[in-house]
Design a protein around this ligand. Structure first.
Ligand code: DGY
Length: 324
């Protein structure tokens, strides 16, 4: 053990290459398993640590920062950072980084796959088949919604939203409409063939609506009963952003009454717990927060988080800082 080495916490099981990279610079306290550290244990293990390698499940609050005054850098292996109080970190001089870019295309692939699975009733079909319910052919058997040539709505037009827009526009000949906090530059809109709409108009026009906006207090339940009521009864809703963006009780009620046709959800407000009302419905496809889950992408995210931590604690500029 090198007394001069800074100490860092690796708060979840991480790839061997991450441990190797961090061990070259730091004394590591590595959690060897996949459990989410309870807040008390996280606080205890952060004592005396200069840095933390975390994932989307470790909450970094102002209270925690005050209890861990040695902490100088928090590096999350996720693009989303709603689990980190960024303002509190900045106020205390704690550098925060995330892992954008390396997951964009993989996450967009999954978003599109979930849209397809939802519109074309794939999970429903597989469940029926496995349960012995496939008896014969019928002209309207498991008939779903068209995808090609329809209108793709995207709420949140950042990197992942734009990658989904490209798939829709150039792969499936869709008309792309979007809403975002700020409108894209005219040349980006032209390149994507994307048309900006007010949020309500987006809800009205989309045949398929994909949620890709970052989660914040402002975005909390920004899709609820009133918003769903504006959507087409034939529409599908896909959420690959954060569960709290959707009011799940309102969505479940709307799906039950067929106010919209179907939903595909990769994220949930209380995950890994899933709202029981959703579990009983046939017109919803549910996946366990895996939009970025391919091995190459997860490894790239993990190594980027490690590189960020090394840079942050060795006086270099981290590759992807959130509060430089
Ligand atoms: C992210 O990177 O934010 C994904 O949701 C995985 O946590």
């Amino acid at each position: 053990m090198d007394a001069l080495k800074k100490k860092v916490l690796v708060a979840r099981r991480a790839p061997a290459a991450v441990i190797e990279r961090l061990a070259a610079h730091f004394e590591i306290d590595a959690v060897p398993d996949d459990r989410v550290l309870p807040p008390d244990e996280l606080r205890a293990r952060l004592q005396g640590k200069a840095g933390a390698y975390i994932t989307g499940t470790e909450r970094i609050t102002a209270e925690l920062l005050d209890a861990c005054p040695d902490l100088r850098a928090v590096c999350t292996m996720s693009v989303g950072y709603n689990h980190i109080d960024l303002a509190a970190c900045t106020a205390r001089g704690v550098l925060v980084t995330n892992t954008p870019d390396v997951l964009t295309e993989t996450t967009a692939d999954f978003g599109f796959a979930l849209l397809m699975a939802t519109a074309r009733r794939m999970s429903e079909g597989e469940r029926l088949l496995r349960d012995g319910g496939w008896k014969s052919w019928a002209w309207d058997f498991l008939a779903g919604a068209e995808v090609h040539g329809t209108t793709l709505g995207i709420l949140g037009m950042g990197r992942i939203g734009q990658a989904i827009a490209r798939r829709g526009r150039f792969g499936f000949g869709m008309q792309v409409v979007y809403h975002n906090r700020s409108r894209l530059a005219a040349d980006t809109e032209a390149e994507l063939g994307a048309r900006y709409l007010a949020k309500d108009e987006l809800l009205r026009q989309a045949d398929h609506l994909v949620l890709v906006l970052p989660y914040s207090a402002e975005a909390h339940h920004c899709i609820g009963a009133a918003e769903i009521a504006l959507m087409k009864p034939t529409a599908t809703l896909v959420n690959i952003a954060r569960g709290g963006i959707v009011d799940e009780d309102a969505l479940a009620a709307a799906l039950r009454k067929r106010l919209i046709a179907a939903a595909g959800l990769d994220v949930f407000e209380g995950e890994p717990r899933v709202n029981p009302a959703l579990l009983t419905l046939s017109n919803v496809v549910l996946t366990p927060h895996i939009a970025s889950a391919t091995l190459p992408t997860r490894q790239a995210m993990a190594l980027l988080a490690a590189d960020n931590l090394v840079a942050a604690l060795t006086g270099a500029v981290p590759p992807t800082p959130l509060n430089p």
